[in-house]
Ligand binder design. Sequence first.
Ligand code: ZN
Length: 246
Amino acid sequence: MPKVGIDPGHGGHDPGARGIGALEKDVNLGIALFCKEALERCGVEVIITRTTDKFLTLFERSNLFNAEEVDLAVSIHCNASSSENADYISTYVIEKGYNAEIAATLTQRELVKVTGWPDGGVREANFHMVRETKMPAILSENGFLTNPREEKWLSIPENQKKLGEAHAKGICEYLEIPFKPKEKVIYSDVAPFTKDGRTFLPVRAFVEAFGGRVEWISATQEVICYLNDKKLTMKIGSKEMKIEEV
Ligand SMILES: [Zn+2]
């Protein structure tokens, strides 16, 4: 079982960067907890430095990862700038050319995809958490809390979840294990059915009214609806509806 260290930056009396209302330590923790949940769902053992608003020194964090011999160390932060227009997202390593750069590149790609923010790329920096850890280590700076638009987005738990899932996707790719999207099952009142060679899906009008699209996969006898960032799957004759986040 692969083992990953997750470190939500700051905590306790150290708030980290601050925006108008949001504190970096809280946003980091939100993203990290969602990332932990997603990685565990994918069969990864997670060592996390904190799950509450608690202060830890940098050495307490790096020592934990070194003692646990995690395969990859991931520190989660948000950036700050004297310019409120700074808006890029970037991932840091101690030095390019090693495995950490691969992990950073794969993670960075997912972070850009989920936020739509300018790609600041993978960068080198002499940060404690990428320097004092004995395994490949990356540090993500998830946008700028000093940018009001990004601060607002980062303060929403649903968006922290998107970033947590995005980190997990990149990490799974680095570990070469499949990423399992979150899945939920609900039950529809009426099952999809076929009649005179046509497929009838009772929720089709609603899906389309909300801007989604419906696909029929004849090989598997499945009806798949794409709605916002969700994929809904139903089989002919079954009231079961599987919901995945995509
Ligand atoms: Zn920070």
